[in-house]
Design a protein around this ligand. Structure first.
Ligand code: CP
Length: 305
């Protein structure tokens, strides 16, 4: 693996290797001194052309936990406002001496372009509505911890799938690891290219609710037009929101996941978000471990660390 750009190209062996490495790093993170010298002397640049809390900070924590140095680019305080292009921006940061670049961009395919321009590993931290592979890895790790593995686990991905890079990444990673994935959304919020995806589809959440082991709620992506197909957000909640009443009808051991940031009161009730049925903060914690695993594999870290 030279870059990590998409989950579509990852086979089961690669996914399992990354998750096993991440489990090892989760143990490291639980130590009194949560740090190993595996990437000492390396520099990881985080290049975020779109906002982020979880992905950016967990990549930085992951790099530091591997003893790498970090360089952090933020679009809002950069020379982009003076007209500098994406290519000139990444070439400039690369020239400072960078060993891997983490890229988030609103344009689909931007991390692939960066990978063409540079001779270092590039990690896609989210490109438009396309892919977010490390989110899928942390989601798979969270499900694996809960169910022992993903084989036969029935997962519903619910809501604004059309605008979701998380859904697109999760579908391929989860299905490759053996999960049965059902997309729950109206036709207007399904991607146009869904033929060939390893999923089933349900328009009515309540039709499948009681069969699910895990419910993965998506944020309504208002900035990409996700709310426009409903007369109101209240209507979205009525049809696709995880309310306390729906959670009460789900299997007693069914769990709720969300990639964050949440719209409390829209796709998830506040009481559900704060309940012990959600794994949302486990997902966040696992984000550090899987991003350590990805950096470690891409940068050929010393396993003695
Ligand atoms: N899940 C996720 O990508 O969150 P951020 O936008 O905060 O990175």
């Amino acid at each position: 693996m030279r870059h990590l750009l998409s989950t579509e190209e990852l086979d089961r062996e690669t996914l399992e290797t990354l998750l096993a490495t991440a489990e090892g790093f989760a143990d490291v993170l639980a130590r009194p001194i949560p740090k190993v010298p595996a990437l000492l002397g390396r520099t990881v640049a985080t290049m975020f052309f779109e906002p982020s809390t979880r992905t950016r900070m967990s990549f930085e924590k992951a790099a530091k936990s591997l003893s790498a140095d970090t360089l952090s680019f933020s679009a809002s305080s950069s020379s982009l406002s003076k007209g500098e292009s994406l290519k000139d921006t990444v070439l400039t940061v690369h020239a400072m001496g960078v060993d891997a670049m983490v890229v988030r961009h609103a344009a689909t395919g931007a991390p692939w372009r960066v990978a063409e321009w540079l001779d270092i590993p590039v990690i896609n931290a989210g490109d438009g509505a396309h892919q977010h592979p490390t989110q899928a890895l942390l989601d798979c790790l969270t499900l694996k911890q809960r169910f022992g593995g993903l084989d036969g686990v029935r997962v519903a991905i619910v809501g604004d799938i059309r605008h979701s890079r998380v859904a697109r990444s999760d579908v391929f990673a989860m299905a490759t690891l053996g999960a049965e994935v059902v997309l729950v959304a109206p036709r207007t919020l399904l991607p146009l290219d869904i033929a060939g995806w390893p999923v089933t589809v349900a328009a009515d959440f309540d039709d499948v609710l009681t069969e699910l082991d895990a419910v993965y709620l998506l944020r309504v992506q208002t900035e990409r037009g996700g709310a426009s197909v409903f007369p109101s957000l209240r209507e979205y909640t009525r049809r696709y929101g995880m309310t306390g009443e729906r959670l009460a009808r789900a299997k007693p051991d069914a769990v709720v996941l969300h990639p964050g940031p949440m719209n409390r009161g829209v796709e998830i009730d506040a009481a559900v978000a704060d309940s012990d049925r959600t794994l949302i903060l486990d997902q966040v914690a696992n984000g550090v471990a899987v991003r350590m695993a990805v950096l470690f594999h891409l940068l050929g870290g010393d396993s003695d660390g």
